[in-house]
Design a protein around this ligand. Structure first.
Ligand code: RP5
Length: 161
């Protein structure tokens, strides 16, 4: 069974991580979760990654946000980085995006752990048709919501004076 591994640089990243947890649970995807820092616990990070049987890593980190890159240095499995917003808007985002050639990580928007989880599910669905079907159903549900929202704004627009 496919599995994701959510690693966050600090417990303070949990609010962002919970968005990924919600999506993985929605799709019924198994996951491990842990706190480990690229700088504070480098050996622990290496051990977690090298001993993991996960298919995809979701790495959540703020500030210098080295965690996704460090995880990628220990595995050839896909790593999706989630930059956490801090005092500066783009520090973590640019840090995660700017990997050197040959050691890529994917990077989603600031705090967008939900998208990281959806991307992880899409990767795992390549070898899992049942999961692929769930993704298609989810896309359909999103499209239906847009249609409903469109009908409702037409009604709302009539009330605006
Ligand atoms: C990063 O530093 C963590 O990912 C977190 O986003 C940020 C602050 O960490 P704490 O000081 O809250 O532990 O490494």
């Amino acid at each position: 069974m496919a599995k994701a591994f959510i690693i966050m640089g600090s417990k303070s990243d949990f609010e962002v991580a919970s968005k990924a947890i919600k999506v993985l649970k929605k799709f019924g995807v198994d996951f491990d979760i842990s706190v480990s820092s690229a700088h504070r616990t480098p050996e622990r990070t290496q051990t977690l990654v090298t001993n993991s049987d996960a298919d995809v890593f979701i790495a959540i980190a703020g500030l210098s946000a080295a965690l996704p890159g460090v995880i990628a240095s220990f595995t050839t499995k896909p790593v999706i980085g989630v930059p956490v917003k801090g005092d500066l808007n783009y520090d973590a985002l640019l840090s995660i995006v700017q990997m050197p050639p040959g050691i890529p990580v994917a990077c989603v928007g600031l705090g967008r752990a939900d998208n990281a989880a959806t991307l992880a599910v899409e990767i795992m669905a390549l070898k899992d048709p049942a999961l692929g079907k769930k993704l298609q159903e989810d896309r359909l549900a999103q499209a239906e919501k847009v249609s409903k929202d469109s009908v409702s704004v037409v009604e709302e627009a009539k009330k605006v004076e």
